[in-house]
Design a protein around this ligand. Structure first.
Ligand SMILES: Cc1ncc(COP(=O)(O)O)c(C=O)c1O
Length: 438
């Protein structure tokens, strides 16, 4: 298979055998954790240990101040510089998680109390939570076959109170940016991008996160690059960057080396990342171009092999060259066919996929706490009233799109044999399921 020759050229055969040794021993240059869900956790080793040791030797785990003791070790700053280099962002600001990065992105874009924010009903729940905890009101709109909000969906959800769109780039892919930017500009809305799952994806050469006022990525354990826990907010706007820097640390201005005497420019909170997490994120970010290339080769091969089965198609990629390829996003003809395929996968021991339609975290059908308004303490949704009847949403396009979607996590460390076995099992299962629905 062509893609494997290229894949192994990146490492060479020698590295391939080293990889095998490390898998069994669990340590070494790259300890490849094949059972884990995403590429970041598939590769780690000596480089991470080196960066972490730098921090351990200084004992300064705090990302600011302590200039004399830290021996010029500034891992959070280096992490931010790597993310800026990878994405082309003018400014990158690292925080404690992807969730807090969404909060920073919203605040720095000026989205707050009482604002209606258009959000997708297919996203990790953190996107919706961040809007609610900003004091804003989520308005759900339709997605399309990109798995992201559609321009049409956004347009239909706009009201006089709409302030912003929180566009979430799902499953490693990107939204239809030309059409969406047209709506954003026509209606003078603020665009905030949650690219928690789509760092390293791009559209016509522009990275996710850089189309609107602010954007962000997650570096949790399940992403293309992990910091253990972490997130990064990006922007090309200096003022938004400075606001995020203040907001994520109780408003501190970060001027000088005496924290106790710093000014508080705005009201903020603690969303800081630690130097230890930043040290891991820094190394992992450097590996992203290599992972993205491997993922793309594997995804293209899977699409070629499975795309020949009648009834199988794939999520729309507005710019196929900009795919981060962390997921193979496969459509079946309808929800009932997809459910039968899921049953066949389970019967035949095919793992590593998500059927989001029944997933507890990613799809509105399962968000009972939002629908029932179950909160620990009152939010603006209770105080001002929900802008939609969350319990009875009418989103037919989203329902049929997610109903027929099955997503596979792509592993950059799959061996040629593992991949061939997976394709064989998937093909058999899909054909068996579709034969039942014919
Ligand atoms: C789209 C999206 N946004 C935000 C987040 C939250 O990131 P974290 O888990 O780092 O808080 C995630 C996590 O999966 C995500 O997928």
């Amino acid at each position: 298979m062509g893609f494997f020759r290229t894949t192994f050229n990146l490492f060479g055969n020698k590295t391939r055998s080293v990889l095998k040794v490390n898998i069994s021993r669990g340590f070494g240059t790259f300890a490849a954790l094949k059972q884990n869900p995403m590429a970041g956790t598939e590769f780690y080793g000596a480089e991470e240990r080196k960066e972490i040791n730098d921090v351990l030797e200084t004992g300064i785990f705090f990302r600011f101040n302590h200039d004399a003791q830290r021996n010029n070790i500034w891992k959070a700053k280096e992490f931010e510089a790597e993310v800026a280099k990878l994405t082309g962002a003018k400014y990158a600001h690292a925080v404690s998680s992807g969730s807090t990065a969404v909060s920073c992105a919203l605040a720095a874009a000026g989205v707050g109390a009482g604002d209606e924010v258009i959000v997708p009903p297919f996203t990790y729940i953190a996107s919706v939570e961040a809007v609610i905890f900003a004091g804003a009101l989520p308005v759900f709109a339709e997605i399309d076959e990109t798995l992201c909000l559609s321009a049409e969906g956004i347009k239909k959800a706009i009201t006089p109170k709409t302030k912003a769109v929180l566009l979430v780039h799902m499953c490693g892919q990107m939204a239809q940016m030309d059409e969406i930017m047209q709506v954003i500009n026509d209606h003078k809305l603020i665009l905030v991008e949650d690219a928690g799952q789509a760092m390293a994806a791009s559209y016509k050469g522009i990275s996710t996160g850089l189309f609107g006022a602010t954007g962000c990525y997650s570096f949790d354990f399940f992403k293309i690059a992990t910091a253990g826990e972490g997130g990064v907010m990006v922007t090309n706007n200096e003022n938004a960057y400075k606001l995020a820097d203040n907001y994520s640390d109780h408003g501190h201005d970060h001027i000088g080396n005496n924290r106790g005497m710093e000014n508080h420019l705005v009201l903020g909170f603690n969303y800081r990342i630690s130097e230890l997490h930043a040290a891991i994120g820094l190394v992992q970010t450097r590996r992203v171009p290599m992972i993205r290339e491997k993922n793309n080769q594997i995804k293209k091969h899977l699409m070629k092999e499975l795309g020949g089965i009648a009834g199988v198609s794939f999520a729309t990629l507005p710019d196929p060259n900009g795919d981060s390829a962390t997921f193979l996003n496969m459509f079946l003809p309808n929800t009932s066919a997809a459910q039968k395929v899921v049953d066949e996968f389970n019967k035949n021991g095919v793992g590593g996929f998500n059927y989001w339609f029944t997933n507890m975290y990613h799809f509105i059908n399962q968000w009972d706490h939002i629908k029932e308004g179950r909160v620990a303490a009152k939010t603006n949704v209770q105080l001002l009233g929900a802008p939609q009847d969350y319990a009875n949403m009418n989103l037919p396009k989203t329902q049929e799109t997610i109903g027929r979607l099955i997503s596979f996590s792509i592993k950059a460390t799959w061996s040629e044999q593992e991949l061939a076995e997976l394709i064989a099992k998937m093909s058999t299962s899909i054909r068996a399921a579709l034969a039942q629905t014919a």
